[in-house]
Design a protein around this ligand. Structure first.
Ligand code: ARG
Length: 472
């Protein structure tokens, strides 16, 4: 019988167990090698809990002081890399608590009064995620600022706007860039909304049912900055829900996925634009790589990888949804599996946003190539139709007349603006010489001056609005 070799002190619950865990089971069930990244949140949560315990007279002032002292040393040990993380101690929480007890003795053992790892881990993940959301929102601001700067530089640059990837109407390149600013602005808004629901306190729910100690949960919430918009403490209101809810992680992943989807759309366009067939832009060399066999190549590896990493972030969302599906109340060990997908999502999103904000500044634009492309696909056909409407033709008839004009022009390999007035008049007799103004790309662009339209004057208004918003 191996049980007499079992070191009872190595586990918080060991008195009941008559045999040790096998190494395989230890490895399988432990999370310390990934959840140790929660250490700061874990210590913050513990300090707030201890402070409240002392305040409520549940532990003595001496014990409280000892816990604070011990935690300070532990933080230093972890920061300097000398802290010894032990697989045997399963997770970040037990590792830190065990070390605390080594350092300060019995006071360390009192820290867990009125608390369970179930409410502890839920608190830690929330605290950590709130901090990460703030960093991500900051990176989104940087990316938006970089795009707004570019948009301002290129407000007058004309490119073909596409639908179905067919040349549709000329648009300002600045306007095109601002479309992404809108997406990233919504991403930030979504994340801040998720932050509101994340920044609520599970601690005090204990294992699942609450606790018999006279805890002051609102005291802890305030200490941890878990407050609502009015500054009132934000405390999870149902203990069963509090320890088992991972909605916040799922919502965050959904917001992150959508942000990566936006990144992937932008990536796809950058990749197209820098292909030889478009030639609209080039990326600074530091964001591209060469080919080991084709010496002429400069590959857009960064946007391609970002496009690829979108799959992984969306995959994590599916993973988390599936993790929660069908879990009975309250805490189940399944939830330990929330961490790796969540951590990887945060890492991937942060790296991607950082690199895109930098890359935006390293894009060289080729206005001539964009304009040449805009001239190719009869991008001003709608303008000709609108011109005819102003001469009294119903829009449907104008549409038909212009279709004939485009057919004629393409048969003669000419642009609409290159057709002689007499020819144009054969499609509608009221066409006059001023038609050539609307057939120019610039005329078409300037004409689209509705709110949110591509006219450079509108683009500048939007730039001003974004600047004000981003400075706030
Ligand atoms: N490492 C665990 C997790 O990540 C902590 C909570 C463990 N609770 C328990 N009852 N086993 O979820």
């Amino acid at each position: 019988m191996p049980h007499h070799q079992f070191d009872k002190k190595s586990h918080a619950w060991s008195a009941l167990f008559s045999e040790p865990m096998s190494d395989l089971v230890k490895r399988y069930t432990s999370s310390v090698f990934f959840d140790k990244r929660l250490w700061q949140a874990d210590i913050r949560g513990s300090l707030a809990h201890a402070d409240m315990l002392a305040h409520q007279g549940i532990i003595s002032a001496d014990d409280h002081a000892a816990i604070e002292r011990g935690m300070e040393q532990i933080a230093q040990e972890i920061e300097s890399g000398i802290f010894e993380w032990k697989l045997d101690l399963e997770d970040v929480h037990l590792n830190i608590e065990a070390r605390l007890t080594v350092l300060v003795g019995i006071a360390g053992k009192r820290l867990h009064t009125g608390r369970s790892r179930n409410d502890q881990v839920a608190t830690d993940v929330r605290l950590w995620l709130v901090g990460e959301i703030d960093l991500i929102v900051g990176l989104l601001t940087q990316l938006q600022t970089a795009l707004v700067n570019m948009a301002e530089q290129h407000a007058e640059v004309i490119m073909p706007g596409f639908t179905h990837l067919q040349v549709a109407q000329p648009v300002s390149f600045g306007h095109h860039l601002l479309a992404y600013v809108e997406m990233f602005a919504r991403d930030a808004e979504r994340l801040l909304d998720v932050r509101r629901r994340t920044n609520r306190l599970p601690l005090g729910s204990a294992a699942l049912a609450g606790t018999s100690y006279p805890l002051d949960r609102e005291h802890v919430a305030r200490a941890l900055g878990m407050v609502d918009a009015q500054g009132n403490p934000a405390v999870c209101q149902n203990s069963l829900d509090a320890v088992s809810d991972r909605d916040f992680a799922i919502e965050f992943s959904a917001a992150a996925s959508l942000c990566m989807v936006h990144i992937s759309r932008m990536s796809e366009e950058l990749i197209l634009w820098m292909s030889q067939n478009f030639g609209f832009i080039s990326l600074a060399d530091r964001f591209t790589t060469g080919s080991s066999i084709m010496p002429q190549k400069k590959n857009p590896d960064v946007p391609e990888l970002a496009r690829g990493k979108t799959g992984r972030v969306v995959g994590h969302l599916m993973g988390l949804l599936t993790l929660m599906k069908g879990q009975p109340l309250a805490y189940n060990k399944d939830n330990q599996e929330d961490k790796e997908p969540l951590f990887d999502t945060v890492d991937t999103l942060k790296d991607t946003l950082r690199i895109f904000a930098e890359m935006a500044g390293g894009i060289t634009v080729r206005p001539e190539a964009m304009e040449r492309a805009a001239l190719k696909g009869y991008a001003t056909a709608t303008d000709l139709a609108d011109y005819m409407v102003k001469k009294g033709l119903p829009f449907r008839d104008a549409h038909e007349a212009v279709a004939h004009a485009v057919k004629y022009a393409s048969e003669h390999q000419q642009d609409l603006s290159e057709l002689e007035l007499g020819i144009l008049q054969s499609f509608h007799p009221q066409i006059e010489a001023d038609v050539y103004e609307v057939l120019s790309l610039r005329g078409s662009l300037n004409a689209r001056s509705t709110l949110g339209g591509t006219a450079p004057a509108q683009v500048r208004l939007q730039i001003a609005r974004h600047r004000q918003r981003l400075a706030a």
